[in-house]
Design a protein around this ligand. Structure first.
Ligand SMILES: CC(C)(COP(=O)(O)OP(=O)(O)OC[C@H]1O[C@@H](n2cnc3c(N)ncnc32)[C@H](O)[C@@H]1OP(=O)(O)O)[C@@H](O)C(=O)NCCC(=O)NCCS
Length: 179
């Protein structure tokens, strides 16, 4: 197993067509159906990065910017932004395309966290991520802050230990920063 992998190694693109059974009474794609597709595409990306069984640990920052209409083609692109010990953050961006009208718009973004596990469901180490361009670097850098936020909210991290998170609000004690 390599110690580091590049972002491209985990990239997955999934395409779906919005059918009547996927829609709400306004003939737009239901949020739950989209989240199901997001979970699948993100899980495949996490599997490709880790070559392991993965489980969803968290889904956050899901923004529903635009409705997606019946008949649109939905493209979900997922890639691992950063890996920690056993967990990986996956970024998903979604575009919707009305092919007859020749219109394509970015509609949604989300971050999911997956944990690689062994056959007994115990967390297991994964390779690190090596960013290769400024966009990947920005997502990589922000991943630490987002991890601390989600772990604080899940009561898995003491807010006092979330140094990266505190730094964006200028709450870091200068003594602490030197450590
Ligand atoms: C995710 C799971 C494997 C973590 O197991 P655990 O015994 O709590 O293990 P740990 O405390 O050692 O945490 C393992 C990793 O999960 C991460 N993690 C756990 N809960 C998390 C959460 N709510 N958000 C983000 N990351 C989380 C930890 O930060 C840790 O990451 P790291 O190894 O990179 O530092 C376990 O909680 C689980 O199996 N959950 C159910 C998953 C599932 O069924 N998903 C399907 C959808 S419901």
């Amino acid at each position: 197993m390599p110690k580091k992998k590049i972002v491209k190694d985990s990239e997955v693109i999934m395409t779906e067509l919005v059918l009547p059974n996927d829609t709400n009474p306004l003939n737009n794609l239901m949020g739950g159906r989209l989240m199901h597709w997001m979970d699948i595409v993100a899980a495949i990306a996490a599997q490709k990065h880790s070559n392991r069984i993965v489980v969803t640990a968290a889904a956050d920052s899901i923004s529903f910017q635009h409705p997606i209409a019946l008949g649109n083609v939905v493209t979900l692109k997922a890639r691992v932004t950063r890996a920690f010990n056993s967990s990986m953050e996956v970024f998903i961006d979604v575009t919707a395309e009305d092919i007859p009208a020749n219109k394509k718009i970015k509609t949604h973004r989300a971050f999911f966290t997956f944990v690689a596990v062994d056959q007994n469901g115990r967390p297991i180490e994964v390779p690190e991520v090596e960013p290769s361009n400024p966009e990947e670097q920005e997502l990589y850098d922000g991943a630490l802050r987002r991890r601390q936020l989600r772990l604080v909210l899940a009561k898995r991290m003491n807010p006092h230990d979330a140094v990266e998170l505190k730094s964006i609000f200028n709450l870091v004690d200068p003594q602490e920063e030197k450590k």
